[in-house]
Design a protein around this ligand. Structure first.
Ligand code: NAD
Length: 409
């Protein structure tokens, strides 16, 4: 099964509950537009670097397309299609006036110099600037892209369309970005973890947590959860994992990672494998790296009671079924990691207003959005006797479908 099929599998589970007709189902799952462009640049060596870029615009019934740009060797059309569709449902779950899109460039940013990365970014925007924009499609960071890449996008877009900071979100704070955007997804993961634990009559304080992936999302989630009193017993990155049953000192880990760029070698814990992290006995497991982490076999081995999906698409449908049968609660990506797009929305609003909000206001509003969304989805799930994932898709499909009806064909 490929990523887009997996997303549509979850869509269909909810569609069955909603009695969607086949035509409406087809209309809602079919992407609006798919673009594939050649991104050829001059490398530092003087040779030509050939890359392929993608942008899939899935649905814009509720507002402009919105979604990240990923620079990664696994980026392809199917992945972009799946993630674009997830964005449609995610923006609807948290009730933002957006649709869904996703894209990226098939490249390994670790093997590109800063100059090459800038040229890849500018070439991509040269190719797609006419289909993006503040009221058309607003890109944001994802794996392999950061605030600097977003700044280059704003600058390149401006060459064609004039000064329009709202054309992209996730920009540096001192360059039309928003306070709190960097930490937004990880902060949101901590809020959602607190909410799901509260429904189980449990507190964050003292809860044991393992986090796969110590990049932007994983590290901010670790800091926020540790700040709320959780015991972060294990974290990993692409090179390996560390574990400390007493709880990892996150401040010390951050100092180690700042120097070595890896969690491996951290003296405040023991080295373990990534697989050991995923199957250890913890209260909460947070996948915050790549998609497709849990297959059936891995789902049978997981010992956590709650999974909070910080990554996009970490669970294949076969694994989701096992989690359900085993009573493991899964907070789905479309709800769990929506904090990033919520604060992207605040950045867009600030750019359109040419006005800045303070960090306290942003975090307060983000928390309110996520608490409300979690409450709605949890209540719907309880009332209909379905999982949080199916409830989230039901809520999102109903909202997007309603927008199509109100807007007219
Ligand atoms: P990132 O590139 O900053 O970090 C990814 C981390 O995962 C790195 O520490 C990397 O070493 C690690 N990793 C990669 N392969 C791994 C493996 N096989 N095992 C363990 N660790 C591995 O990316 P990010 O922005 O933190 O995004 C992480 C996930 O969260 C992605 O799925 C992304 O789509 C999703 N997400 C990100 C945001 C955001 O605001 N950044 C928002 C929503 C969802």
């Amino acid at each position: 099964m490929q990523a887009f099929e997996a997303t549509n599998f979850y869509f269909d589970q909810a569609a069955k509950e909603l009695d969607l007709t086949e035509n409406v189902r087809t209309m809602l799952i079919t992407p609006d537009r798919e673009v594939r462009v050649e991104v050829a640049i001059e490398l530092d060596s003087g040779k030509i670097g050939n890359f392929i870029g993608y942008r899939v615009q899935h649905d814009n019934a509720r507002g402009p397309f919105k979604g990240g740009l990923r620079f990664h060797p696994l980026v392809d059309q199917d992945e972009a299609r799946s993630l674009a569709s997830l964005m449609t449902w995610k923006t609807a779950v948290v009730d933002l006036p957006y649709g869904g899109a996703k894209g990226g460039v098939n490249c390994d940013p670790n093997k590109l110099s800063r100059g090459e990365l800038e040229r890849v970014t500018r070439k991509l925007i040269e190719k797609i600037h006419d289909i993006i924009g503040p009221h058309k499609d607003i890109p944001a960071p994802d794996m392999g892209t950061d605030a600097q890449v977003m700044a280059w996008i704003m600058n390149e877009y401006g060459k064609y369309e004039g000064f329009q900071p709202a054309c992209v979100t996730g920009k540096p704070v001192e360059f039309h970005g928003s306070a709190g955007r960097d930490a937004a997804t990880g902060f949101g993961i901590a809020i959602i973890t607190r909410e799901v634990l509260s429904r189980l009559k449990r507190l964050v304080a003292g809860t044991t947590v393992a986090i796969q992936g110590y990049g932007n999302v994983g590290s901010h989630a670790a800091r926020c959860l540790a700040g709320m009193g959780a015991r972060i017993v294990s974290v990993s990155d692409a090179y390996g994992a560390v574990m400390n049953p007493e709880g990892i000192n996150i401040g010390e880990l951050d100092r180690h990672v700042a120097v070595s760029r890896k969690v491996v070698g951290f003296k405040g814990g023991d080295a373990i494998t990534n697989e050991q992290l995923l199957t250890m006995s913890v209260d909460v497991l947070i996948p915050a790296a790549l998609g497709g982490v849990f297959d059936r076999e891995m789902a049978l081995a997981v010992q956590a009671g709650v999974i909070v999906e910080a990554a996009n698409g970490p669970t294949w449908p076969e694994a989701d079924e096992v989690f359900n049968q085993r009573g493991i609660i899964v907070v789905p990506d479309v709800l769990a990691n929506a904090g990033g797009v919520v604060v992207s929305y605040f950045e867009w609003v600030q750019n359109l207003q040419h006005f800045r909000w303070p960090l306290e206001q942003i975090q307060r509003e983000e928390e309110r959005k996520l608490v409300d969304a979690f409450g709605e989805i949890h209540e719907l799930g309880q009332r209909k006797g379905v999982t949080l994932r199916t409830a989230a898709f039901m809520k999102a499909i109903a909202r997007v479908g309603r927008a199509h009806v109100l807007g007219g064909m």
